[in-house]
Design a protein around this ligand. Structure first.
Ligand code: NAX
Length: 324
């Protein structure tokens, strides 16, 4: 039998954690033939709640789940880990400035990056879900100099899936008809969901919708969907966020021809090197590759640049604060 793969989930007692852990344990993260060991990292006050979730995981008797540990010690949590899902973060609360938010998250993602650096398995792959996800991922990466930089990623797959679903509803086609969807930039309201490269039934999606819908409905609906979910359910997206995290890691490990992921820029498409920005990506041999050669028109350029500018400002702010 295959050796179990250790998967570490931070913020395990939170709502995304609750939606995520059972799917990992059932084999949906890595594949139906890969046994997993789960490590649940929480802050001390939430360890008991995470232990409760671990009891429920036990009660599922998942054939692929070979063990669970619950801890508030990051060194222990990441010891031997091959996948790290960094979900726990400090949310923005009323009156908090961006600097305070970045500072508080620097205090989480810096030490976790170091703990990954010092303890994780050589094949560690990191997905940051906790917001501000792109910049939190950058902070963790900068504290893990021994881990290849490209192993640090952030999640824009939920935005990607939202874009698929909005376009499918508009054109009344199954989501499976849509290819080459792309989210560019930051996982924030500035993100740019791109229909100029997306295809429906083999034809460019942007040519099948009117420009006003694309500009005034589609883009803002995708970008502000998180707020609409909070408004409707009284809590932020959880199961859909967990689902997107599963999609991201599954495709990273098992390969895909085209999706969206925030990965360290190599300078492609004018995105400054090192920023963890969302791109159209393929995954081959366990590595993300930015899809090259796309023509970017003025409409898209302006929107990509705006989102990338926000990432540059976040990077400048965390440098200023001494967090990287
Ligand atoms: P919850 O508040 O339900 O859970 C967060 C958990 O993280 C809590 O149990 C808390 O104790 C834990 N935590 C805090 N600091 C920690 C630390 N230093 N180490 C370990 N655990 C720690 O939030 P939830 O709804 O699960 O959301 C988690 C994060 O995902 C938030 O930052 C949220 O903004 C972000 N999201 C990101 C999305 C994306 O697409 N990238 C979409 C969904 C979600 O909004």
């Amino acid at each position: 039998a295959q050796t179990p793969v250790k998967v570490t989930v931070t913020g395990a007692a939170g709502q995304i954690g609750y939606a995520l852990l059972f799917r990992i344990a059932s084999g949906q993260l890595l594949g139906a033939d890969v046994p997993v060991k789960l490590s649940l990292l929480e802050i001390p006050q939430a360890v008991k709640a995470a232990e409760g979730t671990a009891m429920e995981l036990d009660d599922c008797a998942f054939p692929l789940l070979s063990g669970i540990e619950v801890t508030d010690d990051a060194n222990k949590a990441f010891d031997g880990a091959s996948v790290a899902l960094l979900v726990g973060a400090r949310p923005r609360t009323a009156g908090m400035e961006r600097g305070d938010l970045l500072q508080a998250n620097g205090g989480i993602f810096g030490p976790q990056g170091k703990a990954i650096n010092d303890n994780a398995a050589d094949d560690i792959r990191v997905l940051v879900v906790g917001n501000p996800a792109n910049t939190n991922s950058l902070i963790a990466q900068q504290h893990a100099p021994d881990v290849p930089a490209e192993r640090f990623t952030a999640m824009t797959r939920l935005d990607h899936n939202r874009a698929l679903s909005q376009l499918a509803a508009k054109l009344q086609v199954p989501v499976t008809e849509i290819k080459k969807m792309t989210i560019w930039g930051n996982h924030s309201a500035t993100q740019y969901p791109d229909l100029f490269h997306a295809e429906v039934g083999g034809k460019v999606a942007a040519e099948q919708v009117d420009e006003a819908w694309l500009r005034d409905t589609f883009i803002p609906t995708v970008a502000k969907r998180g707020a609409a979910i909070i408004e409707a359910r009284g809590a932020s997206s959880a199961a859909s966020a967990a689902n997107a995290a599963i999609d991201h890691v599954f495709d990273w490990v098992n390969g895909t021809e085209w999706t969206s992921a925030a990965i360290p820029s190599d300078g492609s498409y004018g995105v400054p090197e090192g920023l963890i920005s969302s791109f159209p990506v393929a995954s081959r041999d366990g590595k993300w590759e930015i899809i090259q050669g796309l023509e970017i028109d003025a409409f898209s350029r302006e929107r990509i640049d705006a989102s990338v500018r926000e990432l540059e400002e976040e990077r400048a702010a965390v440098r200023e604060l001494g967090l990287i």
